[in-house]
Ligand binder design. Structure first.
Ligand code: DAH
Length: 343
């Protein structure tokens, strides 16, 4: 019994000299004195071995030691909680915040925005149309009747239940939808995603983006078309850029042309981008075919119009030096990040 009391007195000294200044020391204290294998528990075990008449006295000693340990533990807990709260409040104020990584605009969006903003300055307004389209708006109304051989130029994806529903092959469907509204004059620019049933390679994909332009009014001529596109080219590629029109064929325009721009990489000298020709093909254009106007309820005797359509990926590839069209849709963060500073 005396031995036990002596031990308790020793432990008491140890307890009183213990100081905890953080949560882990407080925990260390609890385990040492109050834990399942701690001092209080071991004293209790020793007490059990004592003769019955000494147990009461020993119990008192042990209980008051336990109370002291518990009181000390609560003190440490309160103190260290206060310290850590103060520390974290301080840290919030002084540490720099977590960095929020900034994304970058997709190169297709950058190019689209540039194209659209040039035409907006000429008074063209932006409109949108469906990507899932019917045969009439994608082909029929554009003077491409069923079985017309020109349909082969633009194969697309159909659904089995209804072959009249398809993914649009060009944004020319928006011209039709805008003309059908019957509000003239029309001066619109129509950007969007289009689909083609083509083998995917570095140069072609089953989906890409286009911008279509349309101007319908009385007395619109081919001269207006050329002047509008000249303005676009100078704004887009610089004052030195030269333009040439080559006669072409589109069922929805007559006459039709393809427009080339002097190569903006080599300035027309001839390089790998322009395949040594000095010219880069940019868009298709022409005067809206009278059949297309009447298909949309517009009198072709009174009104004329011009239209043009261009891809976005191709000029973006040339401008930003991108070698593979598949990169645009792979969502590789390293690729996307490289356009942070591009405008
Ligand atoms: N829709 C044509 C294509 O996807 C591009 C085009 C050519 C649009 C001439 C036009 C146009 O509006 O007049 O290849």
């Amino acid at each position: 019994m005396d031995e036990l009391i002596k031990k308790i007195e020793e432990y008491q000294k140890e307890l009183l000299s213990f100081d905890a200044s953080d949560a882990s020391q407080t925990e260390e204290f609890r385990i040492k004195f109050l834990g399942t294998k701690g001092i209080v528990k071991s004293l209790m075990a020793e007490m059990k071995a004592l003769p019955a008449e000494q147990k009461k006295e020993a119990g008192k000693w042990i209980n008051s030691f336990k109370e002291l340990a518990e009181q000390k533990y609560q003190e440490f807990k309160a103190k260290t909680q206060q310290i850590s709260a103060a520390q974290s409040a301080e840290a919030d104020l002084t540490l720099p915040g977590d960095e929020i990584p900034l994304g970058a605009r997709h190169p297709v969006s950058l190019m689209r925005n540039r194209i659209v903003s040039i035409f907006r300055r000429l008074g063209f307004s932006v409109a949108d149309g469906p990507e899932i389209e019917d045969d009439w708006h994608n082909f029929g109304a554009l003077n491409l009747p069923e079985h017309h051989p020109a349909r082969d130029m633009q194969d697309t994806f159909y659904i089995q239940q209804d072959p009249a529903v398809l993914l649009r092959t060009h944004t020319s469907n928006v011209q039709i939808r805008e003309m059908e509204k019957g509000k003239l004059p029309i001066r619109g620019i129509y950007p969007g995603r289009v689909y083609r049933n083509e083998t995917i390679s570095a140069r072609s994909h089953c989906f890409f983006h286009q911008v279509e332009g349309l101007y319908v009014d009385e007395n619109v001529s081919f001269a207006d078309l050329k002047q509008t596109l000249y303005f676009f080219v100078k704004e887009m590629f610089g004052k030195e850029a030269r333009v040439r029109f080559r006669p072409s064929y589109f069922p929805f325009t007559e006459p039709s042309a393809e427009m080339d721009v002097s190569c903006f990489i080599c300035g027309g000298e001839g390089c790998s981008v322009c395949k040594k020709t000095g010219w880069v093909e940019i868009l298709g254009c022409g005067m809206v075919h009278p059949n297309v106007l009447s298909n949309c309820g517009i009198n072709p005797e009174k009104y004329t119009g011009f239209a043009f359509g261009m891809g976005i990926e191709r000029p973006a590839m040339l401008k930003y030096g991108i070698q593979d069209i598949r990169l645009f849709s792979e969502n590789d963060i390293r690729f996307l990040k490289s356009f942070c500073s591009a405008v």
